[in-house]
Ligand binder design. Structure first.
Ligand SMILES: Nc1ncnc2c1ncn2[C@@H]1O[C@H](COP(=O)(O)OP(=O)(O)OP(=O)(O)O)[C@@H](O)[C@H]1O
Length: 321
């Protein structure tokens, strides 16, 4: 399987705070990798590092981000911007923030197509209507003339996805793309992302705190906890038989993913603060399997089965959902 985006040993720091501590994962070409974890685990920082858009005072201090074989860490900003502009498209939580409030949405989609393809205004306009149609905007020719505030949240997010597709990206980076939407449209937007991913062979890095989103739209998942990846594998197998106690706890905390019983168990305790990380395994204070070794020795991410990585000393003893 070809890998489009390969991240290894990524360390991101803000002064003395280590926000990401050796993060690694692969986004295979033409597939969706989901990144899941509680708030503060470092999902958005990971996305920002990939984009080269870290906030002031936060930087990549070591590690590698290879995109289509090109190393992005240390690349001059001008070349970084070129990759961002042509190969990566972004879909964020709030579609309004991604749209220009004073321009019709069709125009915004066609502008992206013109920039990428050098199309005439007329051809780009027709392509915009086609793309709006493809992403499920009803009456696309008419809706193309609507301003963002005239559309529902779900239609706005569809317009943002049409804009993304207009740039023919190799990677779509979607950070909580459905979190701000009505529950009734969340599943449809995820289905749409999965559809365009399959049809266009584009890769998707899908970030969400919600395991159900992963089950819906990601072939593979990386689970993050306190700035590290603790488990990685194919979504279905990972949800069915987690090999890290944190993943197992996440699965038990979500009703729709937890299939064998109606019981839902919230994860006890809170994730640690970056300023006061526990010794050893960062999950040990909340872990039902914690042993003396876990308090002193940080477990490395290791192969624990076919196509499965886990960073747990006791991975073999984790009893799934
Ligand atoms: N500008 C900053 N300077 C220092 N630390 C920061 C900065 N921005 C975020 N952090 C810290 O980095 C850690 C990771 O944050 P990040 O936003 O990546 O988490 P997340 O998993 O995306 O969470 P959420 O789901 O809440 O967005 C958090 O502990 C956060 O407090």
């Amino acid at each position: 399987m070809d890998t489009l985006l390969r991240v290894r040993d990524l360390v991101v720091e803000a002064g003395p705070l280590r926000i990401l501590d050796g993060v690694g994962f692969d986004v295979p070409a033409g597939q969706t990798l989901g990144v899941v974890g509680e708030s503060g685990s470092g999902k958005t920082m990971t996305a920002n590092a990939v984009l080269g858009l870290l906030p002031a005072g936060v930087s990549v201090t070591s590690g590698s981000i290879a995109f289509g074989g090109t190393e992005l860490v240390g690349l001059p900003e001008s070349r970084r911007r070129a990759v961002r502009g042509s190969d990566v498209a972004m879909v964020f939580q709030d579609p309004l923030a991604a749209l220009n409030p004073v321009q019709p949405v069709g125009r915004q989609v066609s502008e992206v197509a013109r920039r990428r393809e050098g199309l005439s205004r007329g051809a780009a306009g027709r392509l915009a209507v086609e793309l709006l149609d493809r992403v499920g905007v009803p009456d696309p020719a008419q809706r193309a003339r609507a301003y963002p505030h005239q559309l529902s949240g779900g239609l706005r997010q569809r317009a943002v996805i049409a804009m993304a597709l207009a740039g023919r990206p190799r990677l779509i980076l979607a950070d909580e793309p459905t979190t701000a939407l009505d529950v009734s449209v969340q599943g449809r937007i995820l289905g749409l992302l999965a559809k365009v991913q399959a049809e266009d062979g584009v890769s998707v890095l899908l970030i969400s705190h919600d395991l159900r989103v992963m089950a819906h739209a990601a072939q593979r998942v990386a689970v993050m906890y306190a700035g590290r990846v603790v488990e990685q594998g194919a979504t279905r197998e990972l949800l069915r038989a987690p090999r890290h106690p944190y993943t197992a706890a996440l699965v038990r905390s979500v009703p729709a993913v937890h299939t064998r019983s109606a019981l839902v168990a919230p994860i006890p305790g809170n994730p640690p603060s970056l300023a006061a990380l526990p010794s050893g395994c960062r999950f040990h204070p909340r872990c039902p399997l914690a042993a003396p070794r876990c308090r002193v020795e940080q477990p490395a991410l290791r192969e624990v089965g076919p196509d499965r990585l886990s960073a747990c000393h006791r991975a073999e003893e984790v009893n799934g959902a």
